[in-house]
Design a binder for this molecule. Structure first.
Ligand code: ADP
Length: 478
């Protein structure tokens, strides 16, 4: 059906090779779903030194060429195993311990983006659309337009730029324009200049044929000052041109299947919910909590302000006055780590604070808990609530971004809905939602609610269809 559609997916994070957050999950699972819809997708990422050797032991050199960044000439070696995923190798830029956090990040990712575009004739792949993701590859649309589209090979190619989190913008000093192969002429408001800096994120938004983000609500929110981080005016313009879109993320429902996941204590499905109850009991045992049949709240998250931790801290005392348990898994800002460590110390029979990153424990908590707290300040899409729903753990969320698109407030009269939703970012709103949730827990409506949550459609198979429709639309945009 879409046999003719060819996409190059450009991302610094692609799970399982490289991942620090949701971007890695998306780039690791969306391309496969697109292939299932007949799209020819090739993925390209840097050959980071941190990639586990076993994952790249079969790759071979597919091409070798020189990339020019102003006066610099740097070698790019392209590796692939099966011809679906390509790695751009350059030891100077990528042979380091971490993915991000270096002084020359602007140059490293400019090099990667240029190399990704320049490898195409070498590997004999001529995509219809170059799909760039987040600020690291934000220069792609500018390069395509100004440096490559003049050549016949590139002249028909379109660019799509996807924003996974607008708050991480890649803003640098004006001087770096030379390091990234451009010149000072780009330092204008109509180009890369952004409040006295140059911005990779702005470059992507400004010059792409189309811009998308990871939920419909976030696509709207980022056109407003409260969520636009200074880019709302530009995003309004792109929206008025019909070039701004929102598609919610899916999850890998095979790897995240409570019926088969070997990481879980007990497997279960929506018809064998006693398995979920046993999962909770085993989790309580493992975490040293009393094995009591009380409502268990969970949080699995980066401990960052974005995730709503300030209003969580306000409700903690009230939460502790109730007959409930709270399990936290997360790492991040010290003040939040201390907050949960403190409560776990004072209420050891109620709070389990796991200040670590542990994917197996995460799955066991998704499976064992009753409620998943995600009262985010903003949330481009959010995956935690989707993993929770998949395991029959009922999300309590603020109505923002992807949370608004995936969680519907439960209506006791009709039985409709899959979670509990509050609107304003205030502790009283969160506490209201917690009480709404507790009012349903243990009533005859509870198990139908859990089953409804587990029956939701979160697979990429569904949302990849929306990407195909978007790609087709982008082909008609000049
Ligand atoms: P974000 O990308 O903003 O961090 P998402 O909800 O989109 O938030 O994705 C977070 C992902 O990271 C989820 O898969 C979640 O389970 C996982 N995660 C977050 N913190 C931890 C942790 N401490 N241990 C294990 N997994 C975690």
């Amino acid at each position: 059906m879409n046999d003719s559609l060819k996409i190059l997916f450009v991302s610094t994070e692609v799970s399982p090779y490289s991942k620090t957050g949701g971007l890695g999950d998306v780039a690791g699972s969306l391309p496969a779903a697109l292939r299932g819809k007949g799209v020819d997708v090739r993925v390209v990422l840097p050959k980071f030194g941190s990639i586990q050797p076993a994952l790249v032991k079969d790759v071979a050199v597919a091409a070798n060429f020189t990339v020019h960044l102003s006066w610099r000439a740097q070698d790019a070696t392209v590796y692939t195993a099966g011809g679906e995923t390509y790695f751009i190798g350059n030891d100077h830029y990528f042979g380091r311990d971490n993915i991000y956090g270096y002084e020359d990040d602007h140059e490293r990712f400019a090099f990667f983006t240029k190399a990704a575009i320049e490898m195409l004739p070498h590997i004999g792949f001529k995509p219809d659309i170059l799909h760039f993701n987040d600020w690291h590859t934000g220069l792609g649309p500018t390069y395509l337009r100004d440096l490559y589209r003049g050549f016949t090979f590139y002249s028909d190619m379109r660019s799509l730029f996807t924003i996974h989190n607008l708050n991480y913008q890649g803003n640098f000093d004006r001087q770096v324009l030379w390091d990234i192969g451009l010149n000072d002429g780009y330092f204008t408001c109509g180009d890369l200049e952004f409040y006295g800096k140059i911005s990779f994120m702005k470059a992507g938004i400004h010059h792409a044929h189309a811009v998308s983000t990871v939920s419909r609500t976030y696509a709207h929110e980022i056109t407003t000052p409260a969520y636009g981080y200074g880019m709302d005016g530009l995003l309004q313009k792109r929206n008025s041109e019909g070039r701004l879109f929102g598609i919610v993320n899916g999850i890998d429902t095979t790897a995240n299947n409570p019926e088969t996941d070997p990481r879980l204590y007990v497997n279960f499905n929506k018809d064998t919910l006693e398995g979920k109850r046993e999962s909770k009991r085993r989790l309580q045992e493992a975490l040293g909590l009393p094995q009591a049949n009380v409502p268990m709240f969970a949080m699995i998250t980066r401990l960052a302000e974005q995730k709503g931790l300030d209003i969580i801290s306000v409700i903690m005392d009230e939460l502790m006055s109730l007959d409930v348990q709270l399990v936290v898994l997360g790492t991040g800002e010290g003040r939040y780590e201390s907050l949960f460590r403190g409560y776990a110390h004072h209420f050891p029979h109620k709070v389990s604070a796991n200040i670590t990153f542990d994917s197996t424990l995460a799955q066991r908590i998704y499976a064992g808990a009753d409620f998943f707290l995600m009262p985010s300040v903003y949330e481009p899409c959010g995956l935690g609530q989707l993993f929770a729903l998949r395991h029959g753990t009922i999300p309590i969320v603020r109505k923002t971004g992807g949370l608004a698109d995936t969680v519907q407030h439960y209506n006791r009269a009709t039985g409709q809905g899959n979670g509990f939703v509050f609107e304003d970012y205030v502790a009283s709103g969160l506490m209201w939602a917690v009480h709404q949730a507790l009012d349903v827990y243990g009533t005859p409506g509870w198990e139908p609610l859990v089953r409804a949550a587990m029956s939701g459609e979160f697979s990429w198979d569904y949302y990849a269809g929306e990407y195909v429709a978007l790609y087709e639309k982008v082909m008609d945009i000049d």
